[in-house]
Design a protein around this ligand. Structure first.
Ligand code: FAD
Length: 382
């Protein structure tokens, strides 16, 4: 790792003001604001098309946030404001958004290293590289599937997949399905498969929305939830500082699905899956479950090994304050779970956090240009 910035020519032959890594909603929202500041930007995204993070989720998925909360800055989500877009409609909206504002997204670019050389960042994707004065990490929190270690002891006859690979029941083998994890993904996928397979769900939900999700909730209840998620449960309030650290790693309350929906669909409930015995999953009461399919709805883990910068605590937590990484001037982050508010990794949260971050970036640029003007003036007068 001894290269200088000039060992390989940079992809564009210049030092950009900002490289944004990740062109999902969070990357596009910050790109919009930075473009308004007339910055020289490039957005790098591993997927083939803008919106693919949504497009590649399971077929029946709809957003739980109504359209009125799903737009990014400057371009409202089209159509019925109280409706809940399909995941493909959301993906297409993001793709159209990038085109509408002429945001310079380079797709099919998987960044595998970002580091500093002298006073600039070097962003590498295989043999390709970009240079920039600033880098924004917008790679999303739902990237690397987390499955328990004992998963690889499941019998070969059991079809197992993570929720990120689940699309529809046609992927499954005939026979019973065990869905592991009772967060929103687990509950919705259990309902999805229950029409064609005997289905059991393992785990305990952390609660559920106290009203029925739908148009009336979109009008009266979800605005309150959104307000609390953006302004109350945040690191800027005493209650938020108390609650947020305890929520990390726990599933969110069920939003669209209710426990009664699962019961009505004939989905059986069992405790936590804790082991595998004779190739079959075992729950915390010691029973083994003879199933043909296991769908792990057990969440994701962070992957920041490719960020070769002193931006992390010993436990791997990124040291950031509302997206600004003080220890590495010029490094920013957006769209991470709980980075400021409980809603930070959702559409409304990323949109709000992006506006704040753009203001901080503008203030830093103004401060450094004022400092260099004064240095220049002082040098001239001496
Ligand atoms: P992503 O959408 O994951 O985008 C990150 C982008 O970064 C990707 O395109 C990826 O290709 C790229 N990337 C990652 N690593 C690299 C790399 N090393 N190099 C280059 N590119 C890279 N939120 C809501 O507000 N409403 C909802 O209804 C809702 N439903 C959800 C349903 C599910 C099943 C899930 C998992 C999440 C849901 N969310 C919802 C939460 C959140 O809005 C989404 O996860 C959203 O996709 C996050 O956007 P993002 O831009 O932060 O990350």
């Amino acid at each position: 790792m001894n290269e200088t910035p000039h060992d390989i020519p940079s992809e564009t032959g210049r030092v950009h003001d900002t490289v944004i890594i990740g062109g999902g909603q969070a990357g596009l929202a910050i790109a919009y604001h930075l473009a308004q500041q007339h910055r020289d930007l490039v957005i790098l995204d591993a997927h083939e098309r803008v919106g693919d993070a949504w497009r590649l989720r399971w077929d029946s998925l709809r957003l739980f946030t109504p359209a009125k909360f799903d737009g990014l800055p400057g371009l409202p989500f089209p159509g019925d404001r109280l409706g809940f877009p399909t995941k493909d409609e959301q993906a297409d909206y993001l793709e159209a958004y990038a085109v509408h504002f002429g945001l310079p997204v380079r797709t099919g670019v998987h960044v595998d290293r970002v580091h500093r050389v002298d006073d600039r960042f070097v962003v590498e994707a295989g043999a390709r590289r970009w240079e920039a004065e600033n880098v924004v990490l917008a790679t999303g929190g739902y990237r690397v599937p987390r499955v328990p270690e004992f998963a690889d002891r499941l019998a070969a006859s059991v079809r197992q997949l993570h929720s990120s690979d689940y699309r529809n029941p046609a992927q499954l083998r005939p026979g019973p399905v065990l869905v592991v994890g009772m967060g929103n993904s687990g509950a919705e996928i259990a309902l999805d498969v229950s029409g064609s397979h005997a289905t059991t769900i393992a785990g305990t939900p952390t609660g559920e929305l106290p009203v029925r999700h739908g148009r009336a909730a979109a009008r009266f209840v979800l605005p309150v939830v959104r307000f609390a998620g953006l302004h109350v449960i945040t690191l800027g309030t005493p209650i938020g500082r108390r609650v947020l650290p305890k929520l990390a790693g726990r599933g969110a309350p069920l939003i669209r699905t209710k426990r009664s929906d699962l019961e009505a669909a004939g989905v059986a409930r069992v405790g936590r899956v804790v082991d595998v015995r004779d190739g079959m999953p075992v729950t915390d009461d010691g029973s083994a479950h003879d199933v043909s399919n296991v769908i792990w709805c057990t969440g994701y883990r962070d992957d920041t090994a490719w960020v070769d910068l002193p931006a992390f605590d010993d436990d791997g937590t990124m040291r950031q304050r509302r997206g600004v990484v003080d220890a590495v001037p010029g490094l920013y982050v957006i769209g991470r779970e709980f980075m400021y508010a409980i809603a930070s990794a959702t559409l409304p949260g990323a949109t709000r956090d992006a506006a704040h971050l753009a203001r901080r970036m503008r203030a830093r640029r103004t401060a450094s240009s004022t400092a260099s003007t004064s240095t220049f003036a002082a040098a001239k007068s001496s």
